[in-house]
Ligand binder design. Structure first.
Ligand SMILES: [Zn+2]
Length: 51
C-alpha cells in the first residue's frame, strides 16, 4: 500500500508502507531525536488514492 506522511517540520514522504515506516523512523531519530514505533508512524501516515 502506498502511503504519505507529512512531518510537522515540513518534511514529507510518499512510498510503500514498509519503506515509509523505515524512512520516517530514521527522519524522526536524526531530525528530532525521537524514537517512533511502527504503530506511531502508521498512525500519522495516510494511505494515498493511487497506491
Ligand atoms: Zn520532521
Amino acid at each position: 500500500m502506498q502511503m504519505v506522511l507529512e512531518c510537522e517540520c515540513g518534511w514529507s514522504l510518499q512510498g510503500p508502507e514498509d519503506a515509509l515506516v523505515e524512512a520516517t523512523r530514521q527522519h524522526a531519530r536524526e531530525a528530532h531525536g525521537m524514537d517512533l514505533t511502527r504503530e506511531q508512524v502508521l498512525a500519522a501516515a495516510t494511505p494515498t488514492e493511487t497506491g
